[in-house]
Design a binder for this molecule. Sequence first.
Ligand code: M6R
Length: 612
Amino acid sequence: MCGIFGYVANGHVSPELVVDGLRRLEYRGYDSWGIASLNAGQDVQITKAVGKISKTSPEQLDRLRDPATLAMGHTRWATHGEPNETNAHPHRSQSGRIVVVHNGIIENHRELRHLLESEGYVFKSQTDTEVIAHLLDRNLRYTHRFDEALSLTVLELKGAFGLAVMDIQQPDRLFAVRLGSPLVVGVDDGRCLISSDANALAIYTKQVIYLDDGEWAEVTREGVTTYDFHRAATGKIAEQIEIDVAASELGSFRHYMLKEMYDQPESLRNALRGRLQRSEATVRLAGLDDLGERYRPERVKILACGSSWHAGLVGRYFFEELARMPTEVEYSSEFRYRNAVIEPGTLVIAMSQSGETADTLAGLRESKRRGAQALGVVNVVGSSIARECGRGVYLHAGHECGVAATKSFTNQLVVLLMLAVHFGRQRGMSIRQGLELLDSLERLPELAEQVLKTDEQIRQVSEEYVDATNFLYIGRSMEFPIALEGALKLKEVSYIHAEGLPAAELKHGPIALITPEMPTVVIATQSFILDKVASNVQEIKARGGRIIAIVSEENDAFHSLADHVVTVPTAHDFVSPILATIPTQLLAYHLAVLRGCDVDQPRNLAKSVTVE
Ligand code: M6R
């Protein structure tokens, strides 16, 4: 949450470059923005505005156009204090010497504020960030050495922070500091850059240094030196990243969410590529290699949040059915504060698109502390979870810019299914069943292409429901979590309230809600449980509820029951829920567009949740 971008250049820095960097980071927060630049004469210029950086006008940048040697900016997701210009970053210390942008939360900001106020510091904003600027300024008075003062300051802060710090007496360098919120430094010819993620740097340089927690970097145009918080050099050197910048461009699509739904056939192909091993009727995942051939976990615990948690719930069916491995799926935020029992032989899977979700990262650390074997299932290469797990399976979904998880979710399902086949084959799954699953996985990208052809039909269906204020989503077995995910998608992009339920739970209470004004989306592609879902749908129909059914082609049981039937190609029962996800994404998208919502950057949300 919150994006930081800055750079130190050989020559004059351009505000447009900082704007471009922040635009690429806008998915992390977009309620306000600010940029500061500094020149050799120690003049600081700061400009701030409420709203999105992508809506910046050239006039707003005019103030920054004076020749400057460095610049840094911030795009905000408000935590402390409403989104207004005063609370927007950068924040400047009382003496004016220090300028700071911050991603994260300072948990002891109240105590620090009282201390600083008692010493005469006057605060202008309601943010926790302003304490950092004043505290560093104060510590400089005591020590006179910048590195000592910075060390004292960061050791006094509690919470999570990624910081870019400007000291106007050092107009040739920026400081990037990391504890719990990601920061990456890019090294280029004649300039060095700071960013909250490597994707925003990739257009400028492929040479990056990932800062670890408890580390800061002194960034000059000649290069980067890294230190720990006690000022000992850590000697980090740049590594090469492989990021396809073109893949993040919108192209002819109207929204990233639409593009990313249409990316799915290709992203699924990328997730499968080189991993299906027909000769052994199994799946080979390089991320498991260092655990050795004989590694056989007894049980699985999946830690995740949001859509990743829903994917984990589907994964539980995969692991239990195909590998007979007891599986628990936990909200990372609950797990981390629970005195959870992790039995020997447990494989903990930290699942996260961004690889930066604060609660999942904390849950991962807690389970490692308790001796669990950890595996990351992550999309963003080089992210904190990927690096802290040390081993994992990448989703290969490509950069996902829309706040709503789409292609990362379907790739999570595929990766979990591949893991279940891998462990299943170690634990008695027959060659025949292994090959059946490999066949159906191989066909999946092509079938996903066919499902996308329902786009126009779903757009037309959406027109009938544009004024709905509530929706129910129901499914059974593996399609219960798909119902949860469909409901989440609808809520976050269209702001229509929705609830996902196991279909059979309706009659235990929620059926009381059924009226013609409460549409129900029924997800029913798994053949083995079809009749049971059909009975649940009869009960809705009998009470006048409107029904949108997502079913397999060969299933005609719902045609007489549902108001609208969306068909997906018939596939293996373990694969069809993946296909059934796509129409739920399209429905949420079209309803959001018809209602005039900002689908890619819905209100109050951010793509990467790096605070608790
Ligand atoms: O990056 P992660 O997968 O760890 O993110 C977890 C959730 O924040 C995320 O899935 C969120 O629920 C999405 N906005 C859902 O579309």
